[in-house]
Design a protein around this ligand. Structure first.
Ligand SMILES: [Zn+2]
Length: 142
């Protein structure tokens, strides 16, 4: 995991307001966007929207809502790029974006295996899979 944080961040306290016992289906798109912003800062150089909440071992940001781990970049694709969260379509970071924990919609694109430029782990993570105790577990069950 190699996450570059803006130097302006001295400390951060992850907001835990939405991290437990909240039913995803009760959240509007505005609520979800609110979750993203409340856990993020804008990188002063790249313009990335950097997720400051929980980060998986591959560097992707995620949040637990209603007992489900949801990737920040997939939530962003759901809100802004028309991704269906149950879809097998990948949410990938453009080459211009150096941060896996970035969820800025302009830095993301929807793709599939044929244009997947990443290795196995990264592609699994992009598809919404998360590694738990040496097993890949889908986070796309919502
Ligand atoms: Zn970015």
């Amino acid at each position: 995991m190699n996450i570059i944080m803006p130097e302006t961040i001295i400390e951060y306290k992850p907001h835990r307001k939405y991290t437990t016992h909240r039913n995803f289906y009760n959240l509007s798109k505005g609520d979800i966007e609110d979750v993203l912003w409340k856990n993020s800062v804008v990188h002063p150089d790249t313009g990335c929207y950097l997720w400051l909440g929980r980060i998986d071992k591959d560097g992707y940001g995620f949040v637990k809502i209603g007992g489900k781990d949801l990737f920040a970049h997939r939530l962003s694709a759901f809100l802004f790029l028309g991704l269906k969260l149950k879809s097998k379509i990948l949410t990938l970071h453009k080459i211009l974006c150096p941060h896996k924990n970035c969820w800025r919609p302009e830095h993301l694109y929807l793709g599939n295996q044929s244009n997947n430029q990443y290795d196995m782990q990264e592609s699994m993570a992009a598809r919404g899979m998360i590694r738990v105790k040496n097993k890949w577990v889908s986070t796309d069950t919502i």
